[in-house]
Design a protein around this ligand. Sequence first.
Ligand code: SAH
Ligand code: SF4
Length: 373
Amino acid sequence: MKFEPARRPLTGETLESLSASLAERGEKPFRAGQILDWVYKKRARSWEDMTNLPKALRAWLEGEFTLMPATLVLNRHSADVTDKLLLELEDRSLIETVIIRAPQEGVGLDHSRKTICISTQVGCAMGCVFCASGLAGLKRDMSAGEIVAQLLQVCYAEDERTPRARSELASFDNIVVMGMGEPLANYDALIRALTIVNSEWGLGFGARRITVSTSGLVPKILKLAEEPMGFRLAISLHGATDLVRSQIMPVNKAYPLAKLLPAVKAFTERHGRMVTLEFILIADVNDTPDQARRLRDIALDLHAHVNLIPYNTVEGLPWMRPEASRQVAFAEILDRSGVSVTLRREKGHDIAAACGQLRLKTEREREEPAAAK
Ligand code: SAH
Ligand code: SF4
């Protein structure tokens, strides 16, 4: 399903598409660059801010485009390391964008690491049984402009935190597409958004610092491998055999491991970079030594990095994280064989689980205002 706003979000325009719209109006070609400069470099928050544009042009732009298609509803700053931005889109849909400032505990990560986690859909259709984002199914795809708007909102939030220094997106180490939604199920909007994020005339953020996470849509993984920009890839594996994976991820029926793993290999070979295998540890589901050994074999074969994420409990779902000692035992089976593995230990610190839950709570409160506290 698509949402067709009355005005297009300016954050969804490329230099090319904006130039074309302006040319149709008989405007000078350099205006498109000027306008995008106001949006991304000077962070104009209103049309009036764009002082070097003629008034008539500003008035036309205002009639044609929304400057910011996502409004900040809540910034939940947690004492430790995260800022969760709850954003409202023009149709009142809620999405989450998360800033993580602390290290993910584990191997080889430096302590000043800053990551932004963005969403690509409102809800998710993939139906993974453990996930808060997919509980109510897919509401709709986000547009490219809405995806990009999250990063501008992050810049605004950072500017507020440090009012003296204009924060630059480049000061973040990574952008991970691991928020709500299956990014590869909204492929065209994703690529358009990441083009805007990556381009010099846009947010200028390096493609090699952008990771796209997928539950395993094989044809789209192969398509992503051909994109010239060269994004990083993370696979939500969560099961090292079809039996286990199919129990928790319906996508495994369409794209079982025999199809998924060769696609991941093809991606790695194309890019010469390690792919990350995400593996949530869920007690009594996928945390056995047998799963660990099979995961080890897969990782060695793919020359992939493994990210073990103790499951974050979701209200209303029965799944639990395993005991710490069991998590460590699992990780050691991989580590002993030379697999590059990270075990995240601190609750609430993991990027992957950070998104989706705040939005779920707010949606529920909207639906049942009497029950809301
Ligand atoms: N749809 C994409 C990206 C968004 S989900 C994907 O599935 O990869 C991002 C990551 O969060 C995935 O690895 C997902 O499996 C994980 N995740 C979802 N719910 C979680 C939870 N409750 N605890 C820990 N990780 C979770
Ligand atoms: Fe969708 Fe990813 Fe959640 Fe699965 S884990 S339901 S693909 S957001």
